[in-house]
Ligand binder design. Structure first.
Ligand SMILES: *[C@@H]1O[C@H](CO)[C@@H](O)[C@H](O)[C@H]1NC(C)=O
Ligand SMILES: *[C@@H]1O[C@H](CO)[C@@H](O)[C@H](O)[C@H]1NC(C)=O
Ligand SMILES: *[C@@H]1O[C@H](CO)[C@@H](O)[C@H](O)[C@H]1NC(C)=O
Ligand SMILES: *[C@@H]1O[C@H](CO)[C@@H](O)[C@H](O)[C@H]1NC(C)=O
Length: 258
């Protein structure tokens, strides 16, 4: 090997080491500042999201709703591409129904957050390169995955408890892939509570297995509007799939006086 080549190789490893020593280990970051590999279609269980919120949501929706469609490793890719609700005026009915902000009355804030944080990164795909396409595609995937119907068909119903393994196996039997399931960790003497399911998708929108990501960046990715950063990987134990707020101890405690 020529000494000069060796020098460049060494120099290359040196810079790689420097880059890998910082928070994100990426090759050629300047070429691909917002490179991502797969998408998460994130669905949430409104009853759990409401429990986690300080806001008063007394009558949460009883079906899984969309939280977002997120590229795995990119955030806020174009800060000048602002959310414009007029662009999605044709799909507002479906947005209200399937992608509601289950806590805050003004949904615009949530949709804007999702577009500006995740949509502007997803938009590197031609199939997602406008607000209309991005939100429509998420709705389309949500309908295809059809989680609510499948869970019902398999007899997995809110208001009951399940072993996490049973829920995971049911999902694998339906979709032939392993999604990520997230729970609210148990309060003292209580069960963990299912809160969110992330389906992994290729850039061609095919369901793929969710493998563990190497960097621990998944919680940094969570949406602070919903405090879903408090959700974590479910343990393989008995799990509550809650139906109503009144199943909660704190809620019962509050109603004793009334
Ligand atoms: C960012 O978005 C603006 C507005 O849509 C667009 O004009 C611009 O080309 C985008 N920049 C990049 C780097 O994609
Ligand atoms: C928002 O979108 C509408 C419809 O596409 C367009 O007419 C309007 O100019 C946009 N507003 C802004 C501020 O870009
Ligand atoms: C919702 O929030 C947006 C952005 O802050 C604001 O422009 C809009 O007027 C709000 N809508 C309502 C009904 O309060
Ligand atoms: C996902 O993993 C399971 C079990 O390893 C495997 O049987 C299945 O074919 C995988 N599915 C895809 C789409 O890769």
């Amino acid at each position: 090997m020529q000494p000069i080549t060796q020098f460049y190789l060494l120099a290359g490893y040196f810079w790689l080491a420097v880059l890998c020593g910082t928070a994100k280990c990426t090759l050629a970051p300047s070429d691909h500042p917002h490179k991502w590999e797969k998408l998460y279609l994130v669905l949430e269980w409104p009853v759990t999201i409401c429990k986690m919120s300080d806001n008063d949501c007394s009558d949460p929706l009883m079906y899984w709703t969309i939280h977002g469609l997120w590229p795995d490793k990119a955030d806020e890719c174009n800060r000048t591409w602002h959310f414009n609700i007029s662009e999605i005026k044709d799909i507002l009915g479906d947005m209200e129904q399937y992608w509601p902000d289950v806590i805050h009355p003004n949904r615009t804030v949530f949709w804007r957050h999702e577009w500006e944080k995740h949509g502007t990164c997803a938009a590197t795909l031609e199939a997602l390169n406008s607000q209309k396409k991005y939100f429509s595609k998420a709705l389309e995937l949500y309908k295809e995955i059809d989680l609510n119907s499948y869970l019902t068909k398999l007899g997995i119903k809110p208001g009951r408890t399940y072993q996490m393994a049973a829920i995971r196996e049911a999902l694998e039997s339906i979709y032939q892939v392993t999604p990520k399931i997230q729970c609210l960790p148990p309060d003292e003497g209580q069960l963990q509570v299912i809160g969110q399911i992330k389906f992994c998708l290729s850039k061609e929108f095919a369901l793929i297995n969710c493998t563990q990501s190497k960097s621990g960046s998944s919680s940094a990715h969570e949406n602070n509007l919903f405090r879903t950063e408090d959700l974590s990987k479910c343990s393989d134990t008995l799990t509550e799939y809650p139906a109503h707020m009144h199943t909660w101890k704190h809620f019962l405690a509050n109603t004793v006086d009334i």
